[in-house]
Design a protein around this ligand. Structure first.
Ligand code: GLY
Ligand code: MN
Ligand code: MN
Length: 255
């Protein structure tokens, strides 16, 4: 049984593998930008998803790392929303979770942008909580921690943020609004094979993807970056894909 050998080879990426992941993220960014410049109320979610797939095609073939998720308004609160058949409305937040490949290696990126280029007050609050968590988890990553440690950290961080921003009552369970895990390994598969009990080590590439989902506000936000574990601070391989509120509002105003 060679599985344990393959597992440890795949969990620690070589320089060459990391270059392929960087390049997959760069391609994903180009195609995502196209969506951002195109999106407007009245378009259907599938029109954006199709454009992403079309832009990413290579040698006549689809080059998707996984089925593209585009969820507007209430659909942003549905995890792995598959249907993409709704019209994007004025004032909607649009959640994109998408990725392309480079030489089989995957990117896995989520960004959430307001279709009008301006966050509403409540969308801004929810976004701020998720963004702060995304950055805090990235700063927390160290060799020796496990993905379960990152998840525990994310849960308690999101809970504190939601209470601070008066999004939830202190007695509420954050897992009602944060319905998935914060990280997985990334590589030849989007959810790459891994032993989640093994501590993180230099050369691992993982996602950081906190989210909050409030159907009552028709607002789900996920911000997902791809990061490289090093012997010091984690390196954010997707750090050029904008996520600050001011950058998003500035970019979308210029459309
Ligand atoms: N796109 C699937 C995930 O983020 O895990
Ligand atoms: Mn992911
Ligand atoms: Mn994703």
């Amino acid at each position: 049984n060679v599985y344990p050998e393959i597992l440890s080879l795949r969990m620690v990426k070589s320089e060459e593998e990391i270059e392929h992941i960087r390049s997959a993220i760069a391609k994903t960014n180009i195609a995502l930008n196209k969506l951002v410049y195109t999106m407007k109320p009245g378009l259907y979610e599938y029109e954006l998803a199709d454009m992403f797939e079309f832009t990413g095609r290579e040698k006549g073939k689809s080059n998707l790392a996984f089925n593209t998720i585009v969820g507007a308004g209430i659909n942003s609160t549905c995890l792995h929303y598959p249907t993409q058949d709704c019209k994007i409305k004025e004032g909607d937040i649009v959640l994109f979770d998408l990725g392309l490949r480079d030489s089989l290696y995957c990117a896995d990126i989520s960004r959430t942008y307001p279709v009008n280029g301006q966050f509403s007050q409540i969308q801004k609050k929810i976004y701020e909580a998720v963004l702060n968590c995304n950055k805090a988890v990235i700063a927390y990553i160290r060799e020796g921690l496990t993905i379960a440690d990152l998840q525990e950290f994310a849960c308690s961080f999101l809970k504190n943020e939601c209470v601070r921003l008066k999004l939830i009552d202190p007695s509420e369970d954050i897992r009602k609004y944060y319905i998935h895990n914060v990280s997985h390994h990334l590589g030849l598969d989007t959810h790459d094979i891994s032993d989640r009990k093994l501590p993180l080590r230099k050369g691992n590439v993982i996602t950081v993807e906190p989210g909050l989902y409030f159907p009552e506000y028709q607002c789900g936000v996920r911000i997902e970056d791809d990061v490289l574990v090093t012997s010091g601070r984690a390196e954010v391989l997707s750090d050029f894909i904008i996520k600050e509120i001011s950058d998003i509002e500035k970019l979308l105003k210029r459309k």
